[in-house]
Design a protein around this ligand. Structure first.
Ligand SMILES: [Zn+2]
Length: 214
């Protein structure tokens, strides 16, 4: 129910953080080019050099220009120290296609929560879990009614935020913690408000467990 693009987007940018293999292999190939310019004695360099450098000036044409080489030393523009790093190159290639103004990535991925629960919250925050409204968007005809209260149509935010039964659960935790709370409209807003309410909490990672358990 989510686009592949958002699966391979980084967690901070609202994705699931699965590595994009095209970017990764590109970054690894760049690493070889980078190493080629420093390692003089190694066998692999001599083999590659013998094969290509003799034919044309492969090294100066292809290696130096994309990385902003100076005359004497290679300087990679992607990092402040000028040294090529695969991870940094990957992050540079992975520019978010659209900026998400509030994406609660810490609340989703940085709590002491099992990974599968984090993935489920990610789906909820994307409003892409298989609630009846999303099933209907796929062209399946249903008479959508909340599975729990039966009063209104079943959407992600109704089921996890606004349903009267879910609200009771929220109220238990809110009164335990003494928080005054107006229930936000969306899951992302709820996660963000919860984080703000927990500013004074001693242990952030534990604080983040509570919405996850609801
Ligand atoms: Zn309901």
């Amino acid at each position: 129910m989510v686009k592949w693009e958002s699966v391979v987007t980084g967690k901070k940018n609202g994705g699931l953080g699965i590595k994009n293999l095209i970017f990764q292999s590109e970054a690894l190939r760049m690493k070889w080019l980078w190493r080629y310019s420093f390692e003089d004695q190694l066998m692999w360099k001599r083999v590659v050099g013998a094969k290509y450098e003799a034919e044309d000036s492969w090294m100066t044409k292809d290696v130096t220009s994309p990385y902003g080489a100076e005359e004497d030393a290679l300087w990679w523009k992607g990092s402040s120290k000028g040294i090529f790093k695969v991870g940094a190159a990957y992050r540079l290639m992975e520019q978010p296609s659209q900026q998400i103004p509030i994406w609660p990535w810490r609340q989703i991925w940085k709590g002491r929560i099992p990974y599968k629960v984090s993935c489920f919250i990610w789906l909820l925050a994307k409003e892409a879990a298989l609630t009846q409204d999303n099933v209907m968007k796929r062209g399946i005809t249903l008479c959508s009614r909340c599975f729990v209260c039966g009063e209104t149509s079943e959407t992600v935010s109704h089921l996890f935020l606004h349903c009267k039964f879910t609200q009771q659960l929220w109220r238990v935790f809110l009164s335990l913690k003494g928080i005054s709370w107006a229930m936000p409209r969306r899951i992302t807003e709820a996660l963000k408000s919860w984080e703000e309410a927990g500013v004074l909490a001693k242990d952030r990672t534990r604080w983040r467990i509570i919405p996850a358990s609801i």
